[in-house]
Design a protein around this ligand. Structure first.
Ligand code: KIV
Ligand code: ZN
Length: 506
C-alpha cells in the first residue's frame, strides 16, 4: 500500500492573487463547494491580512467548512498578519496558520535585506507566535511553515535544514518547500526535497509547492511525492502567479496512473476545469493536457485507426486515460485533415447517425481528402455533404430521367446512357423487377444479388427523404457492389439505387 497524497488546494489563495479580477466572497464560496465535492484534504482559503474582502472570505469558508477539512490562512512572518489570519480561520474544526519567509541567499540579500541569522530568528519566532496564537483558539490548530524560494537554496541547504529543525521545535507540524520560481532541473529540486524529508522527524508532514515557470511543475510535484513529500500544493486549472502553480488534475491523474491511491473524485475534473476557466476568465489552452479541447483529438490516419480500435478499452492506443476517468463525455474526437483516412470518414459519418459501410468510406475518402487538402480540417457537415453526393447521387454514364407506373405491373423508364436517350416500357413483379427488365431490353443487363428497403429518419435525412433502398449488384468480376437510393417515394428510391449502382460499376 502506498501512502496517500494529501491534496492542499491553493486556488483560492495563490490562484486568486494572480487573477486580473480576484474573486469576491460569493465566488470563493462557490468554488469552495466544488473543492469540497472534489475531495481535497485542505484549502488555503486566502491571505486575511491582504484585504478586508479576503479576511471575510477566509472567515466565511472556515465557518462553513466540513469537519474533516483543513482550512488554512496565509500570513507573512509578522505578528500582525498572523493575528489577523488566526482571527479568520479559528471557526473551523481544523485551522492551519501558514507562515513563510524567503531563505534563498539571493532573496535574503536583495529582497529582505537581512542576514541569514536574522531570517532564521524571524522564522522561529513567527512559528512560535503562530503556534501560541492558534492553540489559544483551537485544540486542533496547526502551523505550516514555508521556505519561500526553497528551489533556490542549493548553496545554503544545510542552513535551511538546520533552521527547519528549529522551526519544527518551535511548533511547525507541516514544512512546505516551494519552488517559488522554477529555474532549474526537476531532479535538482527533488533531491533537495528528499534531503529535507530525511533530515526531519517522520511525523512532520513535508509539502511541495511548485510554480510552473518552465512547464515542469507537475513532474516536480509527482517526483517529490515519490521522494517523500506527502502534501501536494496544487491549483485548479494550474492557476497561480506567472505561469501558474502545479495543475491539480495532472498531478492527480499522473499519480493515479502510477498506481497511487488518489483520494479525489477524479470524474469531477472536466466540469471543474470548465467552471474555473469561466470564473477566472483564463482560457484553457487548446493543447492543455487532459482538459484541452484538443487533448483527445486524433488527426493522422494511423492514430485514428488505433484510437477507433481501442475506443471502448480502458487503455487506449493514443491516449493516457479513458476520458470518462475525468468525466469527459466528448470522448476521443476524430478530426479530418489531409493526413486522415477511411477510419475517420467512417467514424465521422457513422457518429452523425448515417449508414455507411467501410467500403463506402474507402471509396469516398479520396474525395474528402482532396477537399481537406484545400480547406484544412473539414467540419463534419462538409464530410456528410460529400457522403450524400458520392453515395446518393453517384455521377457516371447513366442518368435517370423518369420512372413511372403506367398500370398494374407495367412501368416506363426514361434515361440517358452517355448521350443516348432510352424510353422503355417494361413489365415486372414490382418496380425493381420492371426497371431491371427495361435496362436489360436496352442492352444493360444487371445481376441483382439482394435488395433491402428502410424507412429513413426524417430528422437526420431531411423531410424530402422517407425511404432508402440498398441494392447489391454483382459486377463482371463477381464483386458485390452496394448502392443506395433515397427519396420520399419508395418507388423512386428503388430506381435511384439501381442507377447509382450502374454508375458505380460503369
Ligand atoms: O510560491 C511561494 O513560495 C508561495 C509561498 C507563500 C508558499 O506561494
Ligand atoms: Zn506560490
Amino acid at each position: 500500500m502506498t501512502r496517500q497524497p494529501f491534496f492542499y488546494d491553493i486556488t483560492l489563495r495563490d490562484g486568486n492573487q494572480s487573477l486580473k479580477k480576484p474573486w469576491n466572497l460569493k465566488e470563493k464560496e462557490f468554488i469552495f463547494e466544488k473543492l469540497v465535492h472534489f475531495g481535497v484534504q485542505a484549502v488555503e482559503a486566502g491571505f486575511p491580512a491582504a484585504s478586508d474582502m479576503d479576511f471575510e472570505a477566509v472567515k466565511r469558508l472556515a465557518q462553513i467548512a466540513p469537519e474533516n477539512l483543513v482550512i488554512s490562512g496565509l500570513a507573512r512572518a509578522v505578528e500582525h498578519d498572523i493575528t489577523r489570519a488566526v482571527e479568520a480561520i479559528q471557526f473551523c474544526k481544523k485551522p492551519r496558520l501558514h507562515t513563510f519567509i524567503a531563505m534563498s541567499p539571493f532573496n535574503m540579500k536583495y529582497v529582505l535585506n537581512k542576514k541569514p541569522e536574522e531570517v532564521r530568528k524571524t522564522a522561529i519566532e513567527a512559528v512560535r507566535f503562530a503556534k501560541e496564537s492558534i492553540s489559544k483558539v483551537s485544540k486542533n490548530g496547526e502551523v505550516q511553515f514555508s521556505v519561500e524560494h526553497f528551489g533556490d537554496c542549493t548553496e545554503n541547504l544545510d542552513f535551511v535544514i538546520d533552521t527547519l529543525k528549529e522551526v519544527v521545535n518551535a511548533g511547525a507540524a507541516v514544512i512546505n518547500l516551494p519552488n517559488t520560481v522554477e529555474r532549474t532541473r526537476v531532479k535538482t529540486f527533488v533531491d533537495m526535497v528528499e534531503k529535507v524529508c530525511l533530515a526531519l522527524p517522520d511525523e512532520i508532514m513535508i509539502a511541495v509547492h511548485c510554480h510552473n515557470d518552465l512547464g515542469m511543475a507537475t513532474a516536480a510535484t509527482i517526483e517529490s511525492y515519490f521522494a517523500g513529500a506527502t502534501q501536494l500544493e496544487c491549483c485548479l486549472n494550474g492557476l497561480g502567479e506567472r505561469a501558474g502553480n502545479t495543475n491539480i488534475y495532472e498531478v492527480a491523474v499522473g499519480l493515479h496512473n502510477s498506481g497511487v491511491d488518489v483520494p479525489l473524485n477524479l470524474d469531477d475534473i472536466y466540469e471543474l476545469a470548465l467552471v474555473i476557466s469561466d470564473m477566472s476568465k483564463v482560457a484553457i489552452p487548446e493543447k492543455a493536457p487532459l482538459i484541452g479541447p484538443e487533448a483527445l483529438a486524433h488527426r493522422s490516419g494511423i492514430h485514428q485507426d488505433g484510437a477507433v480500435k481501442t475506443k471502448d478499452m480502458e487503455k487506449g492506443a493514443y491516449r493516457p486515460i479513458h476520458p470518462t476517468l475525468i468525466g469527459r463525455k466528448d470522448d476521443e474526437k476524430i478530426g479530418f485533415t489531409s493526413q486522415s483516412g477511411k477510419t475517420a470518414v467512417f467514424e465521422i459519418i457513422r457518429g452523425a447517425g448515417y449508414p455507411i459501410t467501410i467500403q463506402e468510406a474507402v471509396r469516398i475518402t479520396p474525395v474528402v481528402k482532396e477537399a481537406a487538402e484545400k480547406a484544412g480540417e473539414l467540419p463534419a457537415r462538409n464530410i456528410i455533404d460529400i457522403y450524400f453526393d458520392e453515395v446518393f447521387n453517384v455521377k457516371g454514364n447513366f442518368r435517370l430521367v423518369a420512372f413511372e407506373k403506367l398500370a398494374e405491373g407495367l412501368f416506363n423508364l426514361k434515361f440517358f446512357h452517355k448521350t443516348e436517350f432510352f424510353d422503355m416500357n417494361a413489365q415486372g413483379n414490382g418496380p425493381v423487377d420492371a426497371c431491371l427488365s427495361a435496362l436489360k431490353q436496352a442492352g444493360f443487363p444487371q445481376k441483382l444479388v439482394d435488395y433491402e428497403q428502410y424507412a429513413m429518419d426524417g430528422e437526420i435525412f431531411g423531410s424530402g427523404a422517407a425511404a432508402m433502398t440498398v441494392i447489391h449488384f454483382e459486377d463482371l468480376e463477381g464483386n458485390t457492389v452496394l448502392a443506395r437510393g433515397k427519396d420520399e417515394s419508395t418507388l423512386k428510391a428503388n430506381v435511384k439505387a439501381i442507377f447509382n449502382g450502374l454508375n458505380l460499376m460503369n
